[in-house]
Structure formats: C-alpha cells, structure tokens
Design a binder for this molecule. Structure first.
Ligand SMILES: [Zn+2]
Length: 238
C-alpha cells in the first residue's frame, strides 16, 4: 500500500530500470458523447480515478503509465464530443505501447479502460495477444464496467447502459460539479442479434437508463465495488 500512486512520468531512467517487478497500470480513456447530462470526458475520469485508487491500495508495488486517451467507439460517433480512432489504429497504438514496455523488461501489465465498447476492448485484446506471441509476460485487460454492470437488476434497471444510472452515479462521485442537473430517463433496447449501423437513428442521445435516479452515494458504492473487484483480480493474477 502506498500513500500516493507512483507515476511512470515522474520517475527517471535509473529509477525505472529498478521497477521491472512492479505492476504497470495503463489507463485508457476516451472523449465521447454521454447524453446531455455528462461531460464527454466521462470515461477518462472513470479510468483515471479507478487506476489511482487501485494503485494506492494494491499490496504489490505499481506504477501508473501515461494514459492513452483515445479509443474506438462506433455507436456514439454521431454525437458531439466523440473522438473515435479506427479499430486498427487503436490496435496498433496499444501494440506499440505494450511492446515498448515489454522491450524494457516490464513483465506485469494491467490495462484498465474507462470505455467498454466491444470493438474497443477487442482491439486492445488483439494487441495484447499479438504481444504475447513474441514475449512471455502477463497482461490483464479490464474495464470498470466488467464489474459495475454486475450491479444491474437489483436497484438498478436491467436495461441500464451508457450514460445511465450507474455511469451517472459514478461521475457524481468522481466529478460532482460536471454532472448537469437535468438528468434524463431513456428506455432504449439494443436488439440482441441485429446488426446496426445507423446509431444516430437508434439512440440519438447516446444514453439509456434512469440517470435521474443516480446519486453521489450510490456512485461511491459502485466505485468502491469496482475498485475492490479490480484489486482482487490483480492480486489473484500476479
Ligand atoms: Zn462511458
């Protein structure tokens, strides 16, 4: 446990050379439209917050790598604020960053993404798999939403999703001043098997769920749940 997280960029070359056994945590953010009530940096803020808290509380020594603040999101590219890079671009960037780290001898890497879109996560997964083809290291790939959405169905609607109650609550905890007061409710069902390309027509506001039911207290509970789950996964894996 360290009082404050250690940042890769604050260390010098000699110090980093001695950190090969440390866990490197790579945060991934994105700018993306999240309904009219949340800032477009929502996924970046979630990634930064979770990564800092995880790094502070881990028993193993860990270092926070510079955030990669771009990703892939097709489903919200019709919205102002979404800055999406292509699948192959993300795969290439992630591959290059992971290769730089492993070439320098770092063997324990955790990627934590704020955004959890399927193609975004798949690009990161394929990049990690390509790195594992040439070197024997351990890489974990997770998003806070692997755990946060486990909480759907009890107090939160089963159809809660992007920009909905869970995500809004999490940002009310992390960046309360950035959540707008008028928080919408939107019932949008994603068809289970149908392929969609017209996302603008499908969900014009890019959000679904009952954002008006979110609270800061609920957000704190969800964030704690996510942080503890991620810590357990990391401690069980390295
Ligand atoms: Zn998000």
């Amino acid at each position: 446990m360290s009082e404050k997280p250690i940042y890769f960029n604050e260390l010098d070359m000699k110090e980093l050379e001695k950190e090969k056994d440390s866990i490197i945590i790579l945060p991934i953010g994105i700018s993306e439209g999240h309904g009219k009530h949340l800032p477009v940096g929502t996924d970046t803020y979630q990634a930064e917050y979770v990564v800092e808290e995880v790094a502070k509380r881990l028993d193993r020594r860990s270092i926070i790598a510079p955030i990669l603040n771009y990703g892939t999101c097709k489903a919200t590219e019709h919205l102002y604020g979404t800055l999406s890079i292509r699948f192959d671009t993300l795969r290439d960037i992630a591959y290059d960053i992971l290769t730089s780290l492993t070439d320098q001898g770092f063997e324990n890497i955790v990627i934590i993404s704020g955004h959890s879109g399927k193609s975004h996560m798949m690009a990161l997964r394929l990049a990690a798999e390509d790195v594992l083809e040439k070197t024997d290291v351990d890489i974990l790939l997770l998003s806070g939403y692997d755990f946060a959405y486990e909480l759907k169905g009890d107090k939160v609607s089963e159809t809660d999703g992007h920009g909905g109650e869970i995500e809004t609550a999490r940002i009310m905890d992390i960046k309360p001043n950035l959540v707008r007061e008028d928080r919408p409710r939107k019932e949008v069902k994603h068809p289970e098997f149908k392929v969609i390309s017209d996302y603008g027509g499908h969900w014009p506001e890019g959000m679904r769920g009952n954002a008006d039911e979110a609270s800061k207290e609920e957000g704190k509970e969800i964030n704690e749940y996510v942080i503890k789950k991620i810590i357990r996964v990391i401690e069980d894996s390295f």
